[in-house]
Design a protein around this ligand. Structure first.
Ligand code: 5GP
Length: 288
């Protein structure tokens, strides 16, 4: 049977669409190569052009893989070379993750850094300075607390309902989680694993109980405690920040006393006299 004949206009439209899709795929490959997008995130991407992209083409763009390694991975996982991103199933994704893990173990990989310390000590200010450094990846926690003015969902936190948080606990999706000042906070495990596999130094900015869980579950993690120069300084920072109600500020101060006593449980203590200096200390701990 002959294919249906398209009018000139339809042919032009289809041609244009194909060009746009090609450009979209080329851009994504470039972003993967530059480390701006994680390989595994693209399997959740809903764009048609990405779903139709060949897995092997994308694999070749991953830093450290290239053509021959991509061929080996396809062979070892048994995935057909014609498989497209949209057609990769859960089991095949797991096999790919295993391959990445093997690769990671055979080369220098990122470190997992846990940054902890009392509320108001300046943890977010310090870690935010590393957002633009592509050697680092800052984990985005899920939380049930209300969004503050200026915060953005998906950037500062994944703001979720109590029900959703419970569901995530049940599905074992957290590397750690804890309650803090009336809300729940947790680190989504998969995103952390993916970033580590991608060779990033991953930073978790979390409270004490979460840090203790990571200590137990991830022996290789480096635990860093950020200490205020003095108790007075911490109190004034927390009060002047003005983000909390009186009740929440008091809860955070009570908790801060408890947290300060735990500094000795950590691998390193950084006294936050000056943000730039603290950032430099953190970078040197990750890169040494
Ligand atoms: P805030 O409400 O001020 O953003 O955070 C309150 C506390 O929760 C801070 O000490 C922060 O480090 C901690 N936190 C943020 N995300 C997580 C997380 O995923 N897990 C745990 N355990 N603590 C977190």
């Amino acid at each position: 049977m002959l294919p249906p004949r398209l009018s000139r206009r339809s042919r032009r439209k289809a041609g244009l669409k194909a060009v746009i899709a090609r450009q979209e795929r080329a851009r994504v490959k470039e972003q993967v190569a530059l480390g701006e997008i994680y390989f595994f995130d693209l399997f959740k991407d809903e764009r048609k052009a990405i779903a139709r992209m060949k897995l092997i083409d994308l694999l070749q763009s991953v830093p450290g893989i290239g053509q021959s390694r991509a061929d080996v991975i396809m062979e070892r996982t048994g995935i057909s070379p014609s498989r497209r991103i949209g057609g990769v199933g859960h089991r095949q994704l797991d096999l790919l993750r295993q391959e990445f893990l093997l690769m990671k173990n055979s080369r220098i990989s990122g470190k997992l850094l846990v940054v902890s310390g009392p509320s108001g000590v300046g943890k977010s200010t310090i870690t935010n300075k590393l957002r633009s450094d592509d050697r680092f990846w800052i984990s985005i926690s899920a939380t049930t607390r209300k969004m503050r003015t200026g915060e953005v969902d998906g950037i500062d936190y994944h703001f979720v309902s109590d029900e959703k948080f419970e569901e995530m606990i049940k599905k074992n999706e957290f590397l750690e989680w804890a309650s803090f000042a009336g809300a729940k906070y947790g680190t989504p495990q998969q995103a952390v694993e993916d970033a580590l596999l991608d060779g990033k130094n991953v930073i978790l900015e979390i409270e004490l109980n979460g840090a203790r869980q990571v200590r137990t579950n991830k022996k290789s993690a480096i635990l860093v405690f950020i200490e205020p120069p003095s108790w007075e300084e911490l109190t004034s920072r927390l009060v002047n920040r003005g983000t909390e109600s009186e009740h929440s500020t008091q809860a955070r101060l009570d908790r801060a006393k408890e947290e300060l006593q735990a500094a000795s449980e950590f691998d390193h203590v950084v006294i936050n006299h000056q943000v730039e200096q603290s950032v430099a200390e953190l970078v040197s701990l990750a890169l040494r």
